[in-house]
Design a binder for this molecule. Sequence first.
Ligand code: GLO
Ligand code: MG
Length: 347
Amino acid sequence: MKSQNCDYKFCFGPWNLSEGSDPYGPPTRPTQSFEWKLRQLKENGFDAMMFHDDDAVPDIDNKPYQQILREAKELRKWLNDVGVAAEMVAPRLWFSPMTIDGGFTSNDAKCRKYAIDRSLRTIDIARILGTNLIVLWLAREGSYIRESKNARKCVDYLVQALNKMLAYDRRIRIAIEPKPNEPMDIAYVPTIGHALALAILTSDPKRVGCLIESAHAILAGLDPADEIDFACSFEKLWSLHLNDQNGLKFDQDKPFGSVNLRSAFNQVRALERNGYGKKGEYVCFDVHPYRTTKPENWAEHLINSRKTFLKLVQKARSFDESAAQKLIAQRNYQALEQMVIDHLLGN
Ligand code: GLO
Ligand code: MG
């Protein structure tokens, strides 16, 4: 089902209704059930939910295979009943003690096997939830201490893991979500360029694409709109985490457009010109409520991100393209810039 008044479909994940803990303090809001989160999603006009494997099947590492399948089926029924789709499933390869030194690129062969096995369970869950999209945020694939790992070998390990996943189910597509740092000092797949280059090394490059998160591009010193155009040039942008980020610091996951409205406008323009969403792709907001947010305002960062996005779609569609083209032909970029500012300010 599409949201009203717009051609885009929207989603978020259960973790986007986080409870306010940070590395320096405990939660600031009470724990909420998955049912409550699903209700927030539905009531606020979203169409789908993103899942980590253990959002779908909690405590997945301690459950037998048949039980994992059974619980995934129960969840599918629940989602069908409330009319919510599953956008993707992502293996959470960064919580378990087996992934302390990396998932696919751990120095320990047993740990690498754990990461692959768990990713195959993720595929089982995705199949049951009715999505063929597997998202890989390669959180711990990198190093804190450069000499502790062999980066050349790690590229091979990543390719081997992707190949195992691709062979396990011929229908899945893998979207790599690059991020340059945090939790690692430096990640092995920091940008969209790296993700798409890695795809070429796999056994089925057509089924390996990417997911852009605005904040991750900014953390890599890149422009999210240009990253969108780049990925779309390869027809590889299969999902999107819109948010915002105030410069080079910890991953902030701020509401979309809250730091840099002009950059948000340019991201929406890039999506519009590439026809993002026309093949069923979702606009997801990977945003977090502030630690200070009161329980009664819990979902507002999501509601506001969607609201800003929809307003920017209108701004992108009402931008006077022919006036812009005239200024471009005259090389009058100063006037072009002011035209954009006036347009955003509503003058
Ligand atoms: C963290 C990532 C994270 C992923 C999610 C899906 O920085 O953005 O939120 O998007 O785990 O894999
Ligand atoms: Mg993300």
